[in-house]
Design a protein around this ligand. Structure first.
Ligand code: FMN
Length: 155
């Protein structure tokens, strides 16, 4: 089983969490690679005007781990554009890991996780769930660790 961790990260939080998840999967002996989605402008005023700088080919992966962040209560524009352009994810399983600023999942994280899951399903992926990292507040390191552990366990 080939696992692709597909990450969009503007300021590095999501990448940091994705690296922890990658280590956990690699430690289980799984074949895992991390690839970056990026845009020339990661937070454009007009979310519909994203120009992707890097858009990895995910056709060779059996399982996708989509790692993204919340912008304005919704999925970050680069990942939204990227996933929207991937028309055939049938036969793949997917899990998600979302980071956001606020200390409660319900303040944007849950909504964005649901949005990402529905988008993946609309492209044919079998979605197995996902985790949310609340970035603000004490104990972040252990939150990242437990969300990465939870997300890895969904695969
Ligand atoms: C333009 C912008 C809008 C944001 N909007 C939200 C938001 O609506 N809710 C939230 O919880 N965090 C919001 N954030 C915070 C990011 O989601 C959070 O810091 C995330 O971990 C950033 O991930 P990254 O470092 O991988 O880019 C916003 C950040 C930016 C730059």
């Amino acid at each position: 089983m080939k696992i692709g961790i597909i990450v969009n990260s503007k300021s590095g939080h999501t990448l940091q969490a994705a690296e922890v998840l990658k280590q956990k999967l690699a430690a289980r002996g799984l074949d895992v690679r991390l690839e970056r989605v990026s845009a020339y402008d990661e937070s454009p005023m007009d979310k519909g005007s994203v120009k992707l700088k890097s858009a990895p080919d995910i056709s060779g992966y059996d399982t996708l781990v989509v790692c993204a962040w919340v912008m304005g209560g919704t999925l970050c524009p680069a990942m939204n554009t990227y996933l929207s352009g991937n028309n055939n994810l049938s036969g793949k399983t997917a899990v998600c890991m979302i980071t956001h600023a606020f200390p409660f999942k319900s303040w944007g994280g849950t909504q964005t996780l649901n949005q990402t899951e529905r988008l993946l399903e609309s492209k044919g992926a079998l979605v197995k769930g996902g985790g949310i990292v609340n970035w603000m507040g004490f104990g972040r390191k252990s939150r990242i660790d437990s969300v990465a552990e939870w997300t890895a366990g969904l695969i």
